[in-house]
Design a protein around this ligand. Structure first.
Ligand code: AMP
Ligand code: MG
Length: 514
């Protein structure tokens, strides 16, 4: 059923020591370490689609082997479990060695690596427990799959295992530690390599391993190129700059805020990775971040994400420099990041408005005034675009009471001022050609999600799961699979963040403690 290969572990040197003792791991890319068993594992969620990607043919709900392997309680043939070593810049500062502190890789199945997050201590756990609690594992599983169904590159989730094991967490680091149930997510990706893997090797001057890791990464995306020549590595960096730009543009277009864009949380495959204190713009606020740990500086707030991604890429560029020894191609690729991001963002925003990219680009006032309307009226970002796709704008005035009401209904303000909205609608209407008018409804609905995995929805599901009711978890997993379509039960899923949830723990206030 699980036929693991050990490609990564065979390809690279392992730490000579085994065991979980915290240590510095040098001249190696990983340490062998087995998951620590958990008590009474239960399969809470399973993705049939991810299982199909892996070619797994199994009745997951009844299989004891599946449950035990994905809980880390049993090993199967071919699996050589390991934790990788990486470093990273956290909140702008070099943090030294970090590594998989609670994620243990089981090996590869076909093109994919399977990784158990929350599998127990590794040499990189420092003084932490290597566990993930149920609330954050639910959030990770659901958001991985939600992002995929939105069409946004992401690591995937095969399974969510609940356990009777517990871990102590002080959710807000404010002196209120509590025992919480632990869980494990089996994450799936073609690679979990991060910028930080390269940064650590470069920082330590382990250039031979750096070159081998670059060659390995090149081979992942283009099997014809497997030698890390200066040109090939420059090409790899260029590809990552462009794909990361496209990724961030997609985040911005659905209002996604990652929350912790440290370089150790940036994927070499330009996938969204490491779902911690993430969130979605509800009330339009460019400075918004769901991460309370970042509430002061707002380094990773919504509007900063493109600039931070570029800063992170410049760290990766520094790390790859010894393999290229020429600054110019690196600088060109960092410039290409800007161009790609702006082109991608303009294209997506135009599609969201039902306009052509050229028309939007030629009329910057449309965007500027839209931003003004969204912020002045405290609009819900995603509900606004959804409502816009449904209203009639054929008449030149386009301010029929129902249309205005639908749009103003997306505002969090008590008495939103209709005047700026009205003015913007006129401007917008004048940019719509006859053909744009004809199919704007369906084309806009194909890019503006109806369903967003809002934090308050997930928190309700988590509360129910803690109380023993797993049905809401199943329901939301079903709903997130078709985010661009309406569903009969949308009264339950598609609504503004309720006032009582705006400052509720787990909704707008999340921390890295998970
Ligand atoms: P994160 O903020 O989740 O990206 O994690 C940053 C670093 O801390 C990574 O090296 C993680 O593996 C490590 N880490 C986070 N939580 C834990 C935990 N509960 N036990 C061990 N290591 C952890
Ligand atoms: Mg991380």
């Amino acid at each position: 059923m699980f036929a693991f290969e050990d490609r990564f572990t065979r390809h690279f040197p392992a730490d000579s020591a085994t065991g979980r003792e915290p240590r510095t791991v040098q001249n190696a890319l990983y340490a062998r370490v087995e998951p620590e068993p958990v008590s009474n594992p239960k399969l809470l969620l399973w993705s049939d689609e991810v299982a199909a990607l892996l070619g797994l043919k199994v009745d997951a709900q009844t299989s004891e082997t599946v449950r035990n392997v994905l809980a880390g309680n049993a090993m199967v043939d071919g699996s050589v479990p390991y934790a990788t070593v990486y470093g990273g810049h956290q909140f702008g500062h070099w943090a030294g060695q970090l590594g998989d502190g609670r994620a243990i890789n089981l090996g590869e199945i076909g093109d994919y690596t399977l990784q158990l997050k929350g599998a127990g201590r590794t040499p990189f756990s420092r003084h932490a427990d290597g566990r993930a609690v149920l609330r954050s594992s639910i959030r990770e599983f659901l958001c991985s799959e939600a992002m995929h169904h939105l069409g946004i590159p992401t690591t995937r989730a095969l399974s969510l295992i609940g356990t009777d094991s517990t871990a102590v967490r002080d959710m807000f680091y404010d002196g209120h530690p509590e025992n919480e149930p632990c869980a494990l997510v089996c994450r799936v990706s073609k690679s979990f390599l991060r910028f930080g893997h390269f940064e650590l090797l470069a920082q330590r001057g382990e250039l031979d391993l750096l070159r081998r890791l670059a060659a390995y990464t090149l081979d992942l995306s283009d099997p014809d190129v497997d030698a890390a020549t200066p040109e090939a590595v420059a090409g790899l960096f260029d590809r990552i700059c462009r794909d990361t730009a496209a990724l961030i543009a997609r985040w911005m277009a659905v209002g996604f805020v990652h929350g912790v864009m440290n370089t150790d949380n940036m994927s070499m495959l330009s996938e969204t990775i490491d779902y911690g204190p993430y969130g979605w713009l509800e009330k339009y606020d460019l400075q918004w971040t769901p991460n309370t740990t970042d509430a002061e500086g707002r380094r990773y707030c919504y509007a900063n994400q493109p600039a931070i991604a570029q800063w992170n890429l410049s760290r990766l560029g520094n790390a790859l420099y010894p393999l290229i020894e020429d600054v110019e191609p690196l600088q060109n690729s960092l410039t290409a990041f800007n161009q790609e991001f702006h082109a991608g963002w303009n294209r997506l925003l135009a599609a969201k408005l039902g306009l052509s990219a050229e028309v939007l680009q030629a009329n910057p006032l449309c965007y500027q005034q839209l931003v003004h309307v969204l912020s002045a009226l405290d609009m819900d970002f995603n509900l606004f675009f959804d409502a816009l796709s449904r209203i009639a704008v054929r008449d030149t005035d386009c301010s029929e009471p129902e249309s205005m009401q639908a749009l103003l209904g997306c505002s969090y303000a008590e008495t939103p001022d209709a005047a700026p909205l009205h003015a913007w609608l006129q401007l917008y209407r004048n940019l719509l050609t006859e053909s744009a008018l004809a199919d704007r409804g369906s084309s806009m609905r194909a890019v503006n999600p109806v369903f967003i995995l809002r934090n308050h929805l997930v928190q309700d599901v988590i509360d129910a799961a803690h109380a023993g009711d797993l049905q809401p978890l199943q329901d939301i997993f079903m709903r997130l699979k078709t985010p661009y379509a309406d569903s009969p039960d949308d009264a339950r899923w598609v609504r503004k963040c309720p006032p009582e949830s705006m400052h509720r723990a787990g909704c707008s206030m999340l921390s890295c403690s998970s």
